[in-house]
Ligand binder design. Structure first.
Ligand SMILES: [Cu+2]
Length: 120
């Protein structure tokens, strides 16, 4: 027989719904703190924009729109990173987990400067 007894279906549906809710709860909680992504372009040996305000947990995605390599890094205490050599067309992302002001520079082009203000 294809049809199952109605009794069995009635029991399974609430259980399935409960499992769905239990599985989705952590996802909803995590989603509340999920950061936004902001794109920073590097073109003409400049960061664009050159200054940005973001929230803790946000991500900056650095895209190399130049025809030369860049080397993005930060020496800001507690918020250091180094993307190292980034080829034209490449993209790399950095997530900021702490508040503060971070100065981002390029190791190859000393005039390149980006200020990131991260707030709670
Ligand atoms: Cu550069």
């Amino acid at each position: 027989m294809i049809n199952k007894p109605a009794k069995e279906t009635n029991i399974r549906l609430p259980v399935a719904a409960l499992i769905c809710v239990l599985l989705l709860l952590p996802l909803a909680a995590a989603g509340a703190h999920a950061g936004s992504e902001h794109v920073i372009s590097q073109k003409g040996k400049k960061f664009s924009p050159g200054q940005i305000d973001i929230k803790v947990g946000d991500t900056l995605t650095f895209i190399n729109d130049d025809k030369r390599r860049h080397n993005i890094y930060s020496k800001t205490p507690g918020q250091t990173f180094n993307i190292r050599k980034q080829s034209p067309g490449a993209r790399d992302s950095i997530t900021f987990d702490d508040s503060g002001t971070v100065e981002v520079r390029c190791a190859i082009h000393p005039k390149m400067r980006l200020v990131v203000n991260i707030s709670e």
